[in-house]
Design a binder for this molecule. Structure first.
Ligand code: PMP
Length: 427
């Protein structure tokens, strides 16, 4: 029964475009009524009708420790009485920067912003300002937020809704964005050769999460890194999803790959609106007020956001075992799902890395956007609803990774596998 969600969705559409403040939440591609959330605790979401769901979205990544993690809630409550914003520097911002630098390789200086979009947009501007070049190479199906330059052949909601071209983005901007297929080093080399001396940066998701979860093939990231070194191109790792999720040092640590600039979001804010970009001093010192590459924010470094992020990151730094636990849980889930999918007998692919995982109903490996788009995604949409009916909250699109949180118990995982078995029988 989701009567209240239905009523709320009707009402929401009168005052909010599509009834939601971010498109994928609308369930437009999977159909049906989006579930309106009332509250969450640990691994569970509770909707407006009082139904409980096991959560595999984790607010699209941030809630790695589970919802309403007590130390984070307490830290927010304690800070809030001292005002929610100052617009002036605080010691807490230094502590946050120092903590990030202590956890992440290759970051000398870090600037806090309020979203992953801002982080990637600012890193791009900085790369352009630093190199004096205009072009950016990105990858098909990767999503770096909704700044104009990135909305070319992008993943996430644009892939879900099949938005090929975004009205409002000028041809001039779009022409400076060059697109290669993920895991295709030859294409990247070709683009660089065709645009010799014009490419400011290459940006990518080290482990892609915005077309389902897709792993980098051996040598791919290393090849891009080397190309950047040879051509004076800034290598930007978008760790908005992977940062502090795959390891304390994100994909850079887990995969042993070095970025020139790195962007963060999601986990870094512990559920508050936070992003960050950082990197080598040589590049970062071009940001205002040190340099003229301008970037600013009224709420950047906001004290409530900082304390939520700081408490989350510090918990992860002090308890590295969380990453091992999370990975073990994710592999356990993968093995359970593999078993029921095999018994079911139709083709499938499960890609998993750390605590990121996704299913594609496909008879070919999923290595890039083309292969992800060629999977049977309408079957995924049915699976999504069958799971939702059984109290399992998956991302409402095959073009999204699932995120595990550490509040999930093995009983929750068993319940999920059981629901998957029933769901497959039902679709
Ligand atoms: N980069 C990546 C890899 C992302 O997954 C996202 C959001 N899903 C963003 C950037 C944009 O972050 P935000 O939604 O916080 O603007």
């Amino acid at each position: 029964m989701i009567e209240k969600s239905k009523q709320l969705f009707e009402r929401a559409q009168q005052s909010i475009p599509g009834g939601v403040n971010s498109p994928v939440r609308a369930f437009k591609s999977v159909g049906g009524t989006p579930i309106f959330i009332d509250k969450a605790k640990g691994a569970y979401l509770y909707d407006a009708d009082g139904n409980r769901y096991i959560d595999y979205i984790a607010s699209w990544g941030p809630m790695i420790l589970g919802h309403a993690y007590e130390p984070v809630v307490k830290a927010i409550q304690e800070r809030a009485v001292y005002s929610t914003s100052y617009g002036a520097p605080t010691e807490l911002e230094i502590e946050m920067a120092e903590l990030i630098i202590s956890m992440v390789p290759n970051v000398d200086l870090v600037r806090m912003v309020s979203s992953g979009t801002e982080a990637c947009m600012s890193a791009l501007r900085l790369a352009r300002g630093y190199t004096g070049r205009n072009k950016v190479i990105k990858f098909e199906g990767h999503y770096h937020g909704h700044a104009d330059s990135f909305l070319v052949k992008a993943g996430s909601g644009l892939a879900t809704f099949n938005i090929q071209q975004v009205p409002g983005i000028t041809a001039g901007v779009a022409n400076d964005t060059l697109v290669a297929a993920y895991n295709n080093l030859e294409q990247v080399k070709q683009l660089v050769a065709e645009n010799k001396g014009e490419v400011a940066c290459i940006i990518l998701e080290p482990v892609a999460g915005n077309m389902g979860c897709i792993l980098p093939e051996p040598g791919f990231l290393e090849g891009v890194r080397q190309l950047c070194d040879e051509e004076g191109i800034v290598f930007i790792l978008d760790e908005v999803m992977t940062g502090f999720r795959l390891a304390p040092g994100g994909a850079q640590e887990k995969l042993g790959i070095k970025a020139d600039l790195v962007t963060y979001g999601k986990v870094i804010g512990g559920g508050m609106p936070v992003g960050a970009f950082g990197g080598k001093k040589e590049i970062m010192q071009h940001i205002a007020p040190l340099g003229n590459v301008y970037q600013a924010g009224t709420l950047s470094g906001n004290p409530i956001a900082m304390i939520a992020g700081y408490t989350t990151l510090n918990t992860l730094k002090e308890n590295r075992g969380i990453y091992k636990e999370l990975e073990e849980k994710t592999i356990y889930l993968k093995q359970g799902l593999q078993q029921v999918l095999q018994d079911w007998g139709q083709p499938f692919v499960i890609n998993q890395f750390g605590s990121m995982i996704s299913i594609h109903f496909s008879d070919h490996p999923i290595i890039d956007f083309t292969t992800a788009a060629a999977a049977n995604n309408s079957r995924f949409n049915k699976f999504f609803h069958a799971m939702l009916d059984r109290g399992i909250y998956l991302p409402p699109s095959a073009f999204e990774s699932w995120f595990l949180n550490n509040a999930l118990s093995y009983q929750d995982l068993d319940e999920t596998v059981k629901a998957a078995k029933e769901s497959l029988a039902a679709i």
